[in-house]
Structures are given as C-alpha cells and as structure tokens.
Design a protein around this ligand. Structure first.
Ligand SMILES: Cc1cc2nc3c(=O)[nH]c(=O)nc-3n(C[C@H](O)[C@H](O)[C@H](O)COP(=O)(O)OP(=O)(O)OC[C@H]3O[C@@H](n4cnc5c(N)ncnc54)[C@H](O)[C@@H]3O)c2cc1C
Length: 401
C-alpha cells in the first residue's frame, strides 16, 4: 500500500500550481495526470494578463510567451469598432502546452512527483484518508485536490445555477498570411456569430493569428469557418482545437471530506470571458496553503477544509460576484442594443473616456473596473438609454451600488 500526503488530480495550471505550492512548503505531493504528456491535448486560446503572471510569480520566458498585447479593438454585431488602447503592455499570448510544461518542470524541481498516463478513476474517503484509484494502482493520501478541469467527473457535477448558456463550447485555430496589428486583440460580438460570448483574434505576429470563438448554440466549427471567411477572406482552417468554456462562476462548495476542488473543476474562471489560467492559479495558491495546513494539523475533515473556500472567497469572491452580474446583464442584451451602445460611444468620442476607466482596470479581478464603469456618469447614461431603467437598476442592485 502506497501512502502519500496530498494527491492532486490533473496536471493543468491549477493542479500544477497547487502541487508546487504544497511542495514549496515541504509537504509530499503527487500529481496524477491521465495523459502521457503535460499540456496536451490543448484547448485554450492562451491570452493571460501580465499582472496575473506577476501575482503568480511567473517569470515570462520565450519558452512559452509568443507575443505581448497592449490593447484591443471591439466590434459590435454591425461592425462598429471601438479601440481600447493602453499606455502599457497588458497581456501575453502564450503557447499553452509549453506554459503547462514550464509549470510542470517548476513543480518537479520543487519535489512534486508527476504520474503520467495515470487516470484517476475513483476517489474514496476511507476513515482518515482519501484513496485514489488510478488505472494502475491505489494510493492513499491525507487528502486529494481535484484539479481535473471542466469534466470533474470524480466529484459531484459542477452546478451552474444560471443554466446552459453559462457552459459554452469554445474553438480555436491559427492562420498565417493575414495582416493584423501585432499588439492588439480583436473581440467580435454578435448573436449569430458567437451567441453567448464573442469571437477573438489574437495576434502572434503581424501576419499570424490565433482566432476562435465561444458559443452556446449552433455548430462552433462552422461558425468559426464563417468568421474566418468574413474577417480574413480565408479558406477553411487546417487545425481546430477547443473545449468547454465556463462562465457561471465558482461552484457552490469547493471542498468536502478529504477533498478540495480548484481551477475549472471549481468553476474558478472569469464569467465575463471564460479565462481561467490566472484566477484558477490564484485560487490554487490558497488550495496549496490550506492543504499543507491540513496535513500539518492531521485534520483533512470537511470542517477544516472549509477555510479554503473562506480564503479564496475573501480575496476574490467580490470580483466573481460582479463578473457574474455583468455576464447575466450581457446575456440579456440584444444585438440591436449592443450596436446602439457602440454607436453612441463612437458618436460621442468616448474612446478616451473608456481608456481612462480601463487603464487602471484589472484584467482578472474585474470588480473595480466594473464599479468604475457603472458609476461613471457617461457610461451610466448610455446603459440606461439602451438597456432601460429596469435592467440597469437590477444590475446595480446585484452589485450593491
Ligand atoms: C476555447 C478555449 C479558450 C480559452 N482561452 C483562454 C484564455 O485565453 N485565457 C485563459 O486564461 N483561459 C482560457 N481558457 C480557459 C482555460 O483553458 C482553463 O480555465 C484552464 O485550462 C483551467 O486550468 P485547470 O488546471 O483547472 O484545468 P485543465 O487545464 O483542463 O487541466 C485539467 C487536467 O486534468 C487532467 N485530468 C482530468 N481528469 C483527470 C482524471 N480523472 N485523472 C487524471 N487526470 C485528469 C486533464 O488531462 C488535464 O490535463 C480557454 C478555454 C477554452 C475551452
């Protein structure tokens, strides 16, 4: 019988960050990853904030950083564009498989053992420990961390209170030979183009982009092909990859008897965009810290592990709530209303105003920038005009403004 302190299920960013945090504090930890290689198959678009890397103490490296982004252009359903520029670089475009491999190497250097091709088939709580049944062996741990991503089949299914439109399908591809601004992402809205989210164009260089979309209906691949044709006049993309994008916010309970949930498995992604590398990573730091405390206290009971949820909620709960409110508000906007918002902002030269609000805004912890927009008289007027007093008041009530 093999006995370890902490078993982490899943070698994605959340699992590897949790494991590194645990090993850094001198506690024995093993990661169980079902695939033979870290980072594959890929599903992500790879846009992450520079500030997020700083928070996670990740040194950017050419090993995985492909480009740097300073701003973006937003397109309404009718194609009205608004530029959001920043005076400083704001985001990195990363090669996700290479990034995950970097995290794995970092974790291994700290003493984490990674078990490859080890699919965890069951997690069973037995008296004081949690047994992990993989395809190869049974391992006993003081506690387990489920960082298995969106599928999270080993624990009660993710409950997303707001319905199906909060769980979308996302697809990506890369195309070459186009012409784009090297440091600006493009975000395209439209109920036909990408219902429930948006389409993106992320430059890798002046003539190479990664583009994709998230949608809650229709055939995502056909929609992506249509978008590429419209945007680049381009033929069918060669390779398409993707997965499930979560917009519903964290699950109700992220801990249990001998168990912690982190990353996508816990729904810790941004409800506004679906991005989860940074927020999942930040929550993983809390997960790692609490796992170590549990091992040291010899207590991995549900009651003890509840402190993990209190910790991430105290730090990020307010931002999650505001982003969920904005997501619900956005889901209720029609294409016409979106066009109107863009049209008024364009006519009234509000790009500078927008830059003023977003310049200090945080790409990950968006609570502050959401409050700034909703308390800015100019934006407030537009939102009331377009969405109506009732919808707007509801949004402010949810946000406690
Ligand atoms: C199309 C698309 C685009 C995206 N774009 C962005 C973006 O630009 N920026 C951003 O921040 N986020 C983006 N995301 C979200 C981001 O990919 C996720 O939030 C992030 O990968 C979550 O990390 P994780 O470690 O929780 O899960 P994952 O990265 O999914 O890792 C989970 C790991 O667990 C393993 N696993 C699962 N079950 C088991 C098991 N039973 N036993 C053993 N191993 C198991 C899997 O093989 C996988 O390696 C995107 C998502 C999609 C679908």
């Amino acid at each position: 019988m093999r006995k370890i302190n902490v078993a982490v299920i899943g070698g994605g960013p959340a699992g590897l960050t949790t494991a590194a945090e645990i090993a850094r504090r001198g506690v024995q930890v093993e990661v169980f990853e079902e695939h033979p290689r870290i980072g594959e198959p890929k599903h992500c678009a790879g846009l992450v904030s520079i500030e997020g890397f700083r928070r996670l103490a990740i040194q950017p490296s050419r090993e995985f950083v492909q480009n740097t982004i300073s701003g973006g252009v937003l397109y309404s359903p009718k194609g009205i564009s608004i530029e959001v520029e920043s005076f400083r670089p704001r985001a990195y475009v990363i090669d996700r498989p290479a990034f995950d491999r970097y995290l794995a190497t970092k974790a291994e250097k700290l003493g984490v053992k990674i078990n490859f091709s080890s699919r965890v088939e069951a997690l069973i709580r037995e008296e004081e420990c949690t047994s992990v049944q993989t395809s190869k062996e049974r391992v006993y741990a003081d506690l387990a961390v489920n960082a298995g991503g969106v599928a999270a089949t080993l624990t009660p299914r993710i409950r997303i209170s707001s319905g199906r439109d909060m769980r979308l399908t996302g697809v990506n591809t890369e195309i070459e030979g186009c012409s784009v601004e090297e440091d600006k992402v493009e975000v395209w809205f439209g109920g036909d183009l990408a219902p429930g989210l948006f389409a993106w164009v992320i430059p890798l260089s002046v003539d190479r982009v990664r583009c994709g979309l998230g949608c809650n209906g229709g055939n995502p691949v056909e929609k992506l092909e249509k978008f590429i044709l419209k945007r680049f006049g381009y033929r069918k993309p060669l390779q398409i990859w993707g997965g499930t994008i979560l917009l519903g916010g964290p699950v109700r309970k992220t801990y249990g008897e001998g168990l912690i949930l982190v990353g996508d498995a816990a729904g810790q992604t941004k409800p506004t965009t679906g991005g989860g590398v940074i927020l999942g990573g930040l929550c993983a730091i809390e997960a790692g810290r609490v796992a170590v405390e549990a091992v040291e206290a010899g207590d991995s009971s549900e009651k003890f592990l509840a402190r993990y949820q209190s910790a991430w909620r105290e730090k990020y709960g307010g931002d999650f709530s505001k982003m969920i409110a904005v997501r619900k508000f956005a889901n209720n906007l029609t294409d016409d209303q979106l066009d109107q918002i863009f049209r008024i902002m364009k006519d009234e030269n509000m790009e500078d105003e927008l830059r003023g609000v977003t310049e200090e805004g945080d790409m990950d912890l968006q609570g502050k920038v959401i409050t700034s927009v909703l308390t800015n008289p100019a934006f407030l007027r537009i939102l009331i005009k377009v969405s109506g007093q009732t919808l707007y008041s509801r949004l402010r009530r949810i946000l406690n403004l």
